[in-house]
Structures are given as C-alpha cells and as structure tokens.
Design a protein around this ligand. Sequence first.
Ligand SMILES: Cc1cc2nc3c(=O)[nH]c(=O)nc-3n(C[C@H](O)[C@H](O)[C@H](O)COP(=O)(O)OP(=O)(O)OC[C@H]3O[C@@H](n4cnc5c(N)ncnc54)[C@H](O)[C@@H]3O)c2cc1C
Length: 390
Amino acid sequence: MIEQSNHTMRQGTSDDLLSSKSNSKRDTARTTVVVVGASLAGLMSALALSRLGLHVTMLERSDRKSRTGAALEVSEGLLERLIGRHGNVGTDTLPSGAQAWSDVHAGLRAAAEADPNICIRSPVRVALVDQDERGAWVVAENGQVVGGDIVVGADGHASVVRRHVAPERPYAKFAGYLIWLGLVDEHPIRSRPWPSNLAILYERNYCLNAYYLPGAGGALGAGKRRIGWGWYDAGQNDLLRGTGCLVGNIVKRTLRPDKVPGSTFDRLAAEARKIWPDPWREAILHCVERREVIGTPVAEYMPERLARGRVCLVGDAAHVPSPMTGRGFAASAQDALALAEALERDMLVRGVKDALGRYEGKRLKAARDLVMSGQSFSRSFVRDHMGFYA
Ligand SMILES: Cc1cc2nc3c(=O)[nH]c(=O)nc-3n(C[C@H](O)[C@H](O)[C@H](O)COP(=O)(O)OP(=O)(O)OC[C@H]3O[C@@H](n4cnc5c(N)ncnc54)[C@H](O)[C@@H]3O)c2cc1C
C-alpha cells in the first residue's frame, strides 16, 4: 500500500485536482512532493516548494552530517529567495559569504524544521522509485512506500532516483583524484597572513585551496575564525581502492581518518613541509598531527536529462561538477529556485510533467556547462600527475 507523503490524506494527483485555475489555491495546497535526501539541495528545494504551498515530505537515510573543511559561498539573500518574504526564520539563520558546510546545513535545516509544510523523516533509505499516470512513489529499504504527485531526487552523487530518471547512464564516475580536507581554528596558527578570501596554489603535481570561515557563533574577528583547506591529490587511487572507497570507477565513500594509514599521514606531513609555504603548511600539519583529515574521492556526472514524467533531479543527483569549480552549492540553489518557478508557472495549467519539462529546459545547459568546466580541470590535473611520475 502506498502511504501518502502529505501530512493529510490525498484523494487524487495534482493533475486531476489542478485542472481548474479557479481552484488553484486550494489545489496547490493539496499537492504533495516527496524529496529524497535532506542535505543542502533537498532542503533548498523543499523550502522553495513549500513557499508555493506544496506539502513536502523529506526522506533522509542518515541523521549524521559532517564534512570536514568543505566551504561554500552563500549568496546574499538566498534564504529570503527560497522562502519568500513570509518565512518565519530570521535572516541570521543563513548568513551570506563563505560558510562552513555544516553551518549552511544547520541553517537550512532549521528553516525547514520551522516550516509547517515540510516534514523530515529519517532514517529512511530509499531503494527505488517508480511512477504511473496518477502519481510517483518511492520504496524504502524497509519496504515502506511513500507516494506523492512529484518525486524530487536530492540524494547526491550516487543518487538512487537518477537510476529511474536516467537509467541509460545512472552513475557518476571517479575523476581520478581525491581532496584531502581539513578545518582548524585560527588561534593556534601562529603564521600570518591568511588570505582575505580564497588562496589557490599549484605546486608540483598538487593543488591547494585555503580559505577563511567564520568561527564559533559566526565570529569574523582575526584570531576567532577557522581556516579550511583542500589539497587535491591524484596519487591515492590504490589507497581508495584498497579501502573500498572506490570500486571500479564508482565512488562509494569518503576515506575517514581511521582508514588512512599512518604512513600516508607521514607522507602528507613530509610533503607539506617540503612544498607548501606557511601559513598553509602550519594549518595542514596541525590537522595531520591530530588525524583530523578526510580524503574525498572526486566524482563527476554530466547530465543528459533532469526529469522524467513526475520525477526530477536537483543538486548532485542532477549534476556533479568537480569541487574545483566551487559552484556545486550555487547550482543546487538555482535548481531549487528554477524548479519552484517552473511548477508555479506551469503546474496548474499544463500539469506536473510539463512543469518538470520546463525545469529541465531551464537548467540543463547551465548544469552541463558547469560539469564541463570541472572536467577540463580534472583532465589536466590528472594528466599533470601522470606526467610528473612518468
Ligand atoms: C569535497 C567536496 C567539496 C566541495 N566544495 C564545494 C565548494 O567549495 N563550493 C560549492 O559550491 N560546492 C562544493 N561542493 C559541492 C556541494 O557540496 C554540493 O554540490 C551541494 O552541497 C549539493 O549537495 P546535495 O545536497 O545535492 O548532495 P549531498 O550533500 O550528497 O546530499 C545527499 C543527501 O541524500 C541522502 N541520501 C543519499 N542516498 C539516499 C537514499 N537512498 N535514501 C535517502 N537519503 C539518501 C544523503 O544521506 C545526503 O544527506 C563540494 C563537494 C565535495 C564533495
């Protein structure tokens, strides 16, 4: 039996219900959306769809979330654009500028939890997705079935929903390198100066990004901030395969600190001492000595489509650019806004499927261009690494 995703019972799909524009207000409120994945893209999409009056159920496999060191650029007024003028969360919930991944997630999650149209359910791991003329639904690993008018896949680079939308090319592929990520409080780092914004350094066959992030409570004063860094390294593929993080050319998981051999940490420290200047060297050594470093294998996915019938994709489920583009989060925000705009324009008159087709038309080319720009970095980075060891 299909459980309706709405907080209340539903008696038909939006296409049935929304055939008359005169009923639009009531009918929009009855439209139900199932969002798979309650991370950044899922939360932004849920907030944008709730603003239209849609009821959103989010299914998330995990309660835990941490990604050491990854930083995101939040554009001015993003939360206001997602939730409209009438949201009941303060603007300080999601400050603009460079922010830690975990802080952005916490801000969006707080906004979603305060929204009566959004219900977040976890842990629920979705195993498959299907649809017919009247609706779409997901089946969780525990056999639970949750249905609605629309299913949105926001389930990241290894998306299950993508297998339904693009069965001919369902998987993101390993780009040939990983990023070592670390995050450290600024106060124990003695070397100065730190960059005012983002530093990008190339040395030998490596690339290093380093950036300031606000400290605890959003502190921006010197000595109170945090420093994030990402070290691109194409020499760890055997380690990734040996630890099961990489199977064939499919990325399975991030390399956690307890899976990084001591000899690898020693080599990272030796390399850092040799090639990176202070203050980056000091920050990296600080993290390496404390074993507070993760290795994220980089995946890429070039989309051919973003929607099929009543099911669509947003964020990394839809397109996976190299993190070197620094645009994955912004692209996810654009997906959320474009999806809401397409549904607002077309759902009542032309129906859900046409609206999702409009969403795809609006976003596909920009998403492909973004992935392509990341691929050109990836290719030259991996080629340079091979050349270095040839
Ligand atoms: C190392 C790294 C660095 C990055 N740096 C930047 C940067 O500097 N700037 C930038 O803009 N972007 C960056 N990005 C990209 C950015 O983080 C993402 O594009 C953005 O956060 C959108 O992610 P997402 O929500 O689509 O996917 P994810 O964050 O992967 O979330 C997917 C969610 O779906 C859940 N899920 C997965 N499968 C299922 C299932 N079967 N059932 C239920 N739930 C499921 C997961 O638990 C997770 O919560 C970086 C990414 C990485 C990996």
